[in-house]
Design a protein around this ligand. Structure first.
Ligand code: PLP
Length: 455
């Protein structure tokens, strides 16, 4: 890429583009020159390990040859609005249902994660005739009005005061749990009991759905305690509430299985998906519904729709992405590399700044603290949005980037979620870099003078 073009791109970007979740004066984006596998190169030719798969969507890596090749055939496919049946829409829906838990029956296609969640809420309300929706603190479900109301963290504040009937409950967060529990099951019992009370306080007959990321992702990969999700399923059955799992980030192999729910002993009524279905090569999302819900709409109008529902290009890319998962054993590889990552993460516990590591498959978070004993977080809750991008965490993320390790953070957790095709060697190289940065950060920033790097 020629320098002159890069300067022009940056100048036009600064002048004309609004960037998400940021004060615009603080945004100085790099330009990606090329990407290949788990790597990308910026405009200066600097190479990065993409350790968050851009926004946790590039499961099959940058510039996958089979997907690049598929784009050459896109022009041959006739465009069709949602009322038409198309080969790619039918094929992809079939592939998704075959990969999903056995009770799942049909797919409604949307454009991305947030609007898929909006549609799941609408479907739950239509099917149950109830209006309240429960979702959790420490969750992210997207930025549209509906999904924003579902989200249980600071990024929802822009949609507040929120929609009536959106109720939040607490997520088990073992590392920061105040009470002492004898076992994971005891933690689950405690949280389920509290949720049961909340359901009763809100009136079970008013509650359409409990909405949750089975494993909250950007809020720090909070793997649930044993029996927790199964217990939520039981509560839903008891009160006739639908259980909806948001698999937008955790789906399509991220956790070492096709869907995060596959790790547990229950099936939800609906699942939402996006990201990994096309690995971001074209935008696509959707809602998977079980047989009961599918049957309901045989005789009731599905009162929703989108111009691009089942868009031909995106569903075509989705079909090939699903083929790649199968042909290249991507999900199995993710599980194997997850074991390597787990071992590397456990070794990080010896660092004074590492409070906790959480992981499942290639979905991981490293939670940093200023003091291991008091668990004082690197950044106080809610201080990483809408504020100037300064502070210890942004210093740490910048240092990682300088070393060629690209990722992002949320509060005090650094997300590690590389493309699922990463090799053992690449994973070890990247984690060596991470350790080098941690060492440097502790020696020269964190435990020296906490104001260094803040200027
Ligand atoms: C769990 C989850 N749900 C929903 C979304 C929103 O997806 P999108 O940005 O495609 O609307 C995200 C985005 O990161 C997510 O992680």
């Amino acid at each position: 890429m020629e320098k002159v073009n890069v300067a022009q791109i940056k100048q036009d970007d600064q002048k004309y583009v609004l960037h998400s979740w940021s004060k615009q004066k603080n945004v100085h984006p790099k330009v990606i020159q090329k990407g290949e596998g788990i790597f990308f190169w910026d405009e200066e030719g600097k190479k990065y390990y993409d350790m968050c798969s851009q926004l946790v969507y590039l499961n099959v890596g940058h510039s996958h040859p089979k997907l690049m090749d598929e784009f050459k055939h896109i022009g041959e496919i006739p465009l069709a609005s949602p009322g038409f049946a198309t080969a790619s829409k039918a094929e992809l829906a079939k592939k998704i249902i075959e990969a999903a838990p056995s009770s799942m029956a049909k797919v409604f296609f949307a454009n991305g994660g947030a609007d898929s969640n909006d549609h799941a809420v609408k479907i739950a309300r239509m099917v149950t005739g109830r209006y309240k929706i429960f979702s959790r603190y420490r969750s992210y479900h997207g930025a549209t009005f509906g999904a924003g109301n579902l989200s249980g963290e600071g990024r929802r504040f822009a949609v507040e005061p929120g929609l009536p009937g959106f109720i939040k409950f607490d997520t088990p967060y073992l590392y920061r749990e105040f009470l002492h529990f004898e076992s994971e099951e005891a933690v689950s019992d405690y949280y389920l009991d509290r949720l049961n009370s909340q359901i009763l306080y809100e009136g079970p007959e008013q509650i359409a759905a409990i909405f949750m990321e089975p494993i909250p992702g950007s809020n720090g990969v909070l793997v649930p305690p044993k029996g927790y999700l199964e217990g939520i399923r039981e509560l839903c059955d008891q009160y006739g509430i639908l259980m909806i799992c948001d698999e937008v980030m955790s789906g399509f192999g991220r956790t070492g299985k096709m869907f995060a729910v596959d790790h547990f002993d229950f099936e939800p009524d609906m699942m939402t998906f996006a990201k990994g279905v096309t690995c971001g090569y074209s935008p696509l999302g959707g809602v998977i519904v079980n047989q009961k819900i599918a049957d309901y709409f045989d005789d009731h109008v599905l009162m929703t729709g989108l111009t691009y529902s089942g868009h031909t290009v995106s569903t075509q890319i989705g079909c090939r992405t699903m083929d790649i998962y199968k042909e290249e054993h991507v999900i199995e590889h993710s599980a194997a590399m997850g074991n390597i990552l787990a071992a590397r993460l456990e070794k990080l516990r010896r660092f004074d700044s590492v409070g906790d590591v959480r992981y499942i498959g290639l979905f991981a978070a490293v939670e940093l603290v200023k003091d291991k004993k008091t668990k004082e977080p690197l950044i106080a809750y809610g201080m990483d949005y809408g504020k100037d991008k300064v502070g210890l965490m942004s210093t740490f993320i910048s240092m990682l980037s300088e070393y060629g390790f690209y990722t992002y953070s949320h509060e005090s957790s650094v997300i590690i979620a590389p493309p699922l095709i990463i090799s053992e060697e690449e994973l070890n190289e990247a984690m060596n870099l991470f350790e080098d940065v941690l060492r440097h950060f502790e020696d020269h920033v964190l435990f020296v003078d906490q104001t260094v790097g803040l200027k």
